[in-house]
Design a protein around this ligand. Sequence first.
Ligand SMILES: Nc1nc2c(c(=O)[nH]1)N[C@H]1C(S)=C(S)[C@@H](COP(=O)(O)OP(=O)(O)OC[C@H]3O[C@@H](n4cnc5c(=O)[nH]c(N)nc54)[C@H](O)[C@@H]3O)O[C@H]1N2
Ligand SMILES: Nc1nc2c(c(=O)[nH]1)N[C@H]1C(S)=C(S)[C@@H](COP(=O)(O)OP(=O)(O)OC[C@H]3O[C@@H](n4cnc5c(=O)[nH]c(N)nc54)[C@H](O)[C@@H]3O)O[C@H]1N2
Ligand code: SF4
Ligand SMILES: [Mo]
Length: 905
Amino acid sequence: MERQSTASTCCYCGVGCGVLIEHDGRQILGVSGDPAHPANFGRLCSKGASLHLTGDPTARALYPQLRLGKTLARSRCDWDSALDHAAEVFARTIAEHGPDSVAFYLSGQLLTEDYYAFNKLARALVGTHNIDSNSRLCMSSAVVGYKRSLGADAPPCNYEDLEQSDCVMIVGSNMAYAHPVLFRRLEQAKSQRPAMKVIVIDPRRTDTCDLADLHLAILPGTDVALFHGILHLLLWEDWIDRDFIQAHTEGLAELKALVRDYTPALVAQLCGIGIEQLQQCAQWIGTAPSFLSLWCMGLNQSSAGSAKNSALINLHLATGQIGRPGAGPFSLTGQPNAMGGRETGSLSNLLPGHREAANPGDRAEVASYWGVERLPETPGLSAIELFEQLHSGRIKALWIACTNPAQSLPDQNRVRAALLKCPFVVLQEAFATTETAAFADLLLPAASWGEKEGSVTNSERRVSHVRQAVPPPGEARADWAITLDFAQRLERRLRPGLPSLFAFENAHQLFDEYKGLTRGRDLDLSGLSFELLDRLGPQQWPFPEGADHGTPRLYGDGVFPTPTGRARFVGDPYVAAREQREARFPLTLITGRLRDQWHGMSRTGTAAQAFGHVGEALLSLHPDDLRRQHLQDGDLVSLKSRRGSVIVPVTGDDSVRPGQAFLPMHWGDRFLKGGVNAVTQPAFDPLSKQPELKHSGVRLEPVHLPWQLFALVEGDVQARFQALRPLCESLAYVSLALTGRERPALVIRAAHLQAPESQLLAAIDQHLGLDAGPVLAYDDPRRAIGKRVRIEQERITAIRLAGETLARHWLQQLWLEGRADEQLRRWLLAPLSTPPQASGLGEPADRTLCNCKNVGYRAVQAGIAAGLDLGQLRQQLGCGSQCGSCVPEIKRLLATTAQPLAIPV
Ligand SMILES: Nc1nc2c(c(=O)[nH]1)N[C@H]1C(S)=C(S)[C@@H](COP(=O)(O)OP(=O)(O)OC[C@H]3O[C@@H](n4cnc5c(=O)[nH]c(N)nc54)[C@H](O)[C@@H]3O)O[C@H]1N2
Ligand SMILES: Nc1nc2c(c(=O)[nH]1)N[C@H]1C(S)=C(S)[C@@H](COP(=O)(O)OP(=O)(O)OC[C@H]3O[C@@H](n4cnc5c(=O)[nH]c(N)nc54)[C@H](O)[C@@H]3O)O[C@H]1N2
Ligand code: SF4
Ligand SMILES: [Mo]
């Protein structure tokens, strides 16, 4: 077929960029930014721009698979038997143990129509509010914040506000990595209007700080104290908007009494910042003509997440900075349709159309719209509670869709034990490789990006029509279609003879029914349809029937959706993060995102180039801490918390403060034995029930793992991954990654106390293709050293070093360069483990700085040393000239790399 282009959206972050998918009707061939989409106007970040290179088809779930007993393996079955079986088990469980014995755990990456179908299924048909989503780990504190302070869960702003603001405060957000296209827009605005002030509040000095006029590296979890301290100063200096407060707010008197105690001296001390910094921050906020705040997980993922959100919104209310261009509290949403999830009521405590499950009137409205007698009264379980109830045995059947809880939930040891315990786990997944897939009794293959139709809402309340470009692979189906099919089978068992609640044939019909539930509500979507979105482009809600355009900003009239019409000042006192540094756990572990990986890496982890920037899970520690612990870069340590431990290599990094550590969130058990979330904590915010994923008390323990393994093998990376990962299970440290852009290869690093049984090594060799054929091998069993290299047509195609692995960087470089020379052969057959002297020894391979143009650190550093500036680097090397995601880092290198020495005269 001919090459065609379908306009759709990026399936990653909440910026919600428009993409043009290039395809031939069968396969996706390329992707570019949609110039007509108002979120990005044609821009994409490194993740969006490489979408078509990710999602290796061999990693996809293609057919339903069913296991008929916990100890058995799953086997392929057809859709009818899969869904009949599921309906049978659910119907029986509900009959025997009641509707609250089953639960649904969903995702902010589902489409609005998927979400809506699940809501009707759980609440109307099954009769349970046990339906929650990974947004509980992500946005639920923002939901509570908006509702408590402003009366409804509605971000009042617009992306243009980033460009129009005079003072932008980015707090608990690493936008440069996590919302790169918005960061690009901000960068551009600031370069055009340098007077714009940018404040970044983050315990770490991230790439986002590159744009900052002021960086407050507050101690983890102290945001509420900081915001109260700022308000204290705003009040003291009279930098407040009395008219706005008088006319449109309530509750300032009580809050004043609270913040009186948050004196600059106390706050500076609590937050670990200078008083001048605090004062500067308050002054900019208090005197800027317009003030915008942007925030993300640094506020939400906290046991004080709700308090942090409201304390921040207080600053906007006090200064009247809301409802105007360039002003307002703007929560950045994480996932592409976290907003749609909130709108359709996909947290256990919500109902569709921004309603409350606890509100009898709201329940009655929804029940009558759906034509059922009533909705249940019993409150539903939130994510953390839900997994706890798998342990207690209260939940007996769990349906998971589009999320990977065996990677992303905190306290993984407990989560995995819970999944094992649950009698029936259904998983609706696009990739068969995820950690959770191992626990699924029924695996249902789902269509993924480019393969399904529906709608999503981005961070600025803008609804886009997601269009299908190609058919899903194998027997995979759209999520809403799977849900409806199951629901129809279940209703035949639960309400035989009654008209179906699920007689939808496509996503349009689901959207049209759903939007009726928003009519007259703050998020009114009743004027929208797929047809209208196709005609007018993506639109911001509210968009009531009869409207001809969306709503760029909310609350311009100062009227808020509270009973009194006034916004509320909320006065929660500062409460410290749950796990404070103490003798047994002297470090605070922060977790967060990397530039080129997405969550548990089911998609990005299939593309070697996503590992180019950061290739393994490294624990960042301040260089002083490293020295104090007598550690060197690359040393393995056991990172221990009260819940579990994980073995990782350390790296010195002065972007974290002493006493803190940072670990990227992406590595689950598949890529790193144990996974990052083995150590994180399930403690949650009392109102939002969002867990404190950002901070855990940890300590480092030395590990003695002298026996090391390094393997590299090209070709069939997914199959080899699947075969080799389980083989390595008995080793203490195991880390897997992909490398090489043109010829992707799997890289394995492992370490153990002593050499494993020789059978294990033999099995590994067999999967590496190192057991026969053109293989050069040297074994010294006495010293437990073994070297094997496969050379085909004068090129290395597989490597395995065991015992010790000093030559690994050298060998990887030879592999990369496609070389297999005489020096290599001599080295291989000698009892030597270190690489030949002349080879430049163990220099690690270069890392990729610019993913679009494939430019490494070394080239950029050499360019800087030669005196090139950003423009010249862009021009001569190409780096930073396409998506721009690497520009903040190049600027940082430019700022930190020593300038060339002045030539003496
Ligand atoms: N590349 C990439 N982009 C993504 C994602 C991804 O996986 N990869 N995921 C998407 C999703 S779902 C989400 S939710 C967003 C998350 O986007 P962000 O929240 O921006 O990303 P994180 O790195 O999780 O955390 C942001 C920052 O919070 C800081 N922080 C930690 N503790 C505190 C604290 O107590 N106070 C303050 N002020 N800051 C603190 C961390 O140091 C970190 O730099 O990213 C979205 N975009
Ligand atoms: N330590 C730590 N842990 C964290 C965080 C942190 O900052 N630190 N952040 C938390 C946050 S904010 C979030 S949002 C979560 C994210 O955690 P998860 O939701 O577990 O993240 P993903 O890996 O994106 O999971 C989505 C899954 O859906 C699959 N999928 C993709 N497309 C489709 C589709 O169309 N249909 C279906 N059915 N499946 C599909 C993907 O293969 C993937 O396995 O992680 C949380 N966990
Ligand atoms: S910023 Fe990047 S990841 Fe986010 S939607 Fe846009 S292209 Fe996708
Ligand atoms: Mo998220």
